[in-house]
Design a binder for this molecule. Structure first.
Ligand SMILES: C[S@@+](CC[C@H](N)C(=O)[O-])C[C@H]1O[C@@H](n2cnc3c(N)ncnc32)[C@H](O)[C@@H]1O
Length: 286
């Protein structure tokens, strides 16, 4: 595929902004040719104009799905930003446990009181599984709670990364990124090809679903905790604000919103207030 000129780049960038909210700033031409060039060649597309026209014609085609996967960054790891997970363990989980107890008292059903968590932009699933491991340990220390009282929904715009999350299978390299050996041995089983598969007990509390943050899905909401980490940097200010509003709308009153360790909301928008713990900051919905 020949190099992309300024007009072609502008057209590609505009199309991705429409399809997934992504901003491709001037100067990222190399990224576009490097990540999308092979896809175009493999699809027999001979020009950037033809490519953009095909995406515009059908933004849900396999070409569009493959393009979104190719252009987005899926970097993730187990317990990414250890402080955030320590903050969740020390501050957020005890609070969620109290919510279960209160709901249980109100409903008088031991199993009925459920906590729902949304990992928006979950990539290949490490964030959701890290949370599930933390929750399982927490439940072991709080015998009045049950693991199945927690439900985690992991969403992402990229179907291929979610497919790996759903399978819960990771190679040695992936497993080595941030996962302690004792947790690996407790929560994973070795499978062929030097790979590791998350045990069913943990998988059972997680559901994965393709969803775009700029194309809000209507059928779920009322989450107690929403994590939207390390993804807002890829959008412009207006799109970021829209996504933060979406996350707020998907939280139940008093619910908690968390960003990545290097991210913050400045100024803090309605309906959130910021709350700092010794380990992490989070935002609470009014
Ligand atoms: C850098 S990863 C972050 C993964 C994880 N949250 C973490 O912090 O380790 C960003 C993810 O956001 C997803 N993403 C990008 N644009 C999106 C959109 N419009 N809607 C939903 N997910 C999106 C990408 O596919 C990618 O998997």
């Amino acid at each position: 595929m020949k190099a992309i000129n300024a007009d072609e780049f502008a057209a590609v960038a505009k199309q991705f902004h429409v399809m997934c909210g992504l901003v491709l700033p001037e100067g990222k031409q190399y990224l576009v040719t490097q990540r999308l060039g092979p896809l175009l060649e493999g699809s027999g597309i001979t020009s950037w104009q033809e490519y953009v026209a095909l995406l515009a014609k059908d933004p849900h085609s396999s070409l569009a799905v493959g393009s979104i996967h190719a252009i987005t960054t899926h970097e993730t790891s187990w317990f990414r930003d250890a402080n955030v997970f320590e903050g969740i363990e020390e501050t957020v989980l005890p609070e969620l446990a109290e919510r279960i107890r209160e709901r249980r008292e109100r409903s008088s059903a031991r199993r009925g009181a459920q906590i729902t968590i949304w990992c928006a932009a979950v990539s290949t699933g490490q964030e959701a599984y890290s949370l599930a491991m933390l929750i399982d340990r927490f439940v072991q220390n709080n015998p009045d709670l049950l693991l199945e009282q927690f439900l985690i929904l992991g969403t992402d715009i990229s179907a291929p990364v979610l497919a790996q999350g759903m399978q819960g299978v990771y190679d040695d390299f992936e497993v080595g990124r941030g996962l302690r050996a004792d947790l690996r041995d407790e929560y994973f089983e070795a499978v062929s090809g030097n790979r590791w598969r998350v045990r069913d007990r943990i998988r059972a509390i997680i559901q994965f679903q393709v969803a775009s943050l700029i194309d809000p899905f209507a059928h779920v909401g009322g989450f107690d905790l929403v994590l939207c980490r390390n993804v807002l940097i890829y959008f412009d200010a207006e799109t970021r604000a829209r996504i933060v509003q979406l996350c707020g709308a998907k939280l139940s009153p008093g619910g908690i919103f968390m960003l990545g360790a290097s991210e913050c909301l400045m100024p803090v928008p309605d309906p959130f207030t910021v709350q700092r713990t010794p380990k992490a900051a989070f935002y609470r919905r009014a």
